[in-house]
Design a binder for this molecule. Structure first.
Ligand SMILES: Cc1cc2nc3c(=O)[nH]c(=O)nc-3n(C[C@H](O)[C@H](O)[C@H](O)COP(=O)(O)OP(=O)(O)OC[C@H]3O[C@@H](n4cnc5c(N)ncnc54)[C@H](O)[C@@H]3O)c2cc1C
Length: 332
């Protein structure tokens, strides 16, 4: 693992949620010097951003603070700011695997828009954590490189996919991941390398999920292999997904992890106990795929949590299997 010197960081700017101007309205960060960067590079903190706007479920109250970061310096600056002000923070991608609390988040949500991509023409891609994972899957397969065909159906970011070790269609992010660069809570940049055994992942698990000093993922490097069938395969995966999943409804994908070898899938277990179509408030078990819980309009996090609880109880009572959540509930 490489540890780099601390980055210099520009001072943060604070805006109200409805303020569309770039006017600096205040700064709480006395330790950041204006000489670190230009005003344009300073991350803009917004108070009271609605998290329902940042999650594919469309659920969640307001964040105390919210900031979008577009480069390494802004990310480091934002994390340092949170640390200096003893503010908890959450790194976020597309919010396609998060259930935000109805009260919101009493800390700072840091949204990665680090969208750079560098490719060497031989299947090696170094991609910013904010880059859309589905676009990466389409781009790489169009170029004739295989390994990320599954990604074209996943509406998250590269950072979220690495954090979750996203997978589908018999493929997983880890299989083609070579290195991950991240910022720790002290604002230092570090790198984990697969060849050093530092990226041990399993089904929807990555080392980042249990890392106490993780700040946020910055870049991921993927090594893909030439594959003449990759574009056809990617199209097939996407077409099948559109037939079997409620892709046009508001959801967070599969809510529960599949229980494992020898067991039915979580969706099949939920269907078998007759819960397809069950509704609590605005939340409903999808009729198309029982592992998807849909926001039919105006669903609250409490509706989804109640539905999750009913499903777990019923599946455990009738099959003896304890379902575990794949989606991440983000408490206030
Ligand atoms: C219709 C639909 C289909 C889906 N299909 C699949 C599927 O087939 N397979 C699958 O695995 N998933 C699937 N998902 C779930 C989801 O898209 C993936 O888990 C995705 O990888 C999450 O990415 P994200 O950017 O949205 O992460 P978010 O939801 O924003 O975040 C998820 C977690 O990752 C962390 N995180 C995000 N970005 C960073 C970062 N830069 N640094 C550190 N931590 C970060 C967050 O803190 C959070 O804990 C689906 C979701 C939907 C809505």
């Amino acid at each position: 693992m490489a540890v780099n010197a601390r980055q210099s960081a520009p001072p943060p700017t604070f805006l109200g949620a409805g303020d569309k101007t770039r006017k600096k309205v205040g700064s709480l960060c006395s330790s950041c010097s204006p000489s670190f960067g230009s005003e344009d590079q300073a991350p803009e903190f917004v108070r009271g951003k609605l998290l329902s706007e940042l999650s594919t479920w469309g659920i969640g109250g307001a964040a105390r603070l919210f900031v979008e970061v577009r480069n390494r310096e802004q990310l480091v600056s934002s994390i340092r700011h949170c640390r200096e002000h003893n503010l908890k923070f959450l790194a976020l991608g597309k919010g396609s695997n998060c259930l935000f609390d109805d009260r919101g988040f009493d800390g700072c949500v840091i949204l990665s828009r680090i969208n750079d991509m560098h490719e060497n023409g031989c299947g090696r891609y170094r991609v910013g954590s904010g880059y859309p994972f589905n676009l990466l899957g389409i781009h790489t397969s169009k170029q004739g490189f295989g390994g990320l065909e599954f990604a074209s159906g996943i509406p998250g970011t590269v950072g979220g996919a690495v954090f979750m070790n996203a997978g589908a269609d018999g493929q997983e992010t880890i299989e083609v991941l070579e290195a991950v660069e991240f910022v720790d809570t002290n604002g230092q940049t570090r790198e984990l390398l697969k060849k050093q055994g530092e990226l041990a992942c399993s089904y929807r698990k990555s080392p980042f999920q249990g890392m106490p000093d993780l700040g946020a993922i910055l870049f991921a490097t993927f090594q893909l292999q030439p594959c003449p069938l990759s574009r056809d395969r990617q199209r097939d995966y996407l077409a099948r997904r559109k037939q079997t999943q409620p892709v046009n409804e508001r959801s967070a994908g599969c809510v529960f992890r599949n229980p494992g070898k020898g067991c039915q899938s979580a969706g099949a277990l939920i269907e078998a106990v007759g819960l397809k179509g069950l509704r609590i408030g605005g939340a409903k078990v999808s009729e198309l795929h029982a592992n998807f819980l849909i926001n039919t309009g105006g669903a609250k996090a409490s509706d989804v949590l109640s539905l999750i609880s009913v499903i777990k109880d019923r599946v455990r009572a009738e099959s003896g299997i304890q379902l575990e959540q794949e989606v991440r509930y983000i408490p206030y």
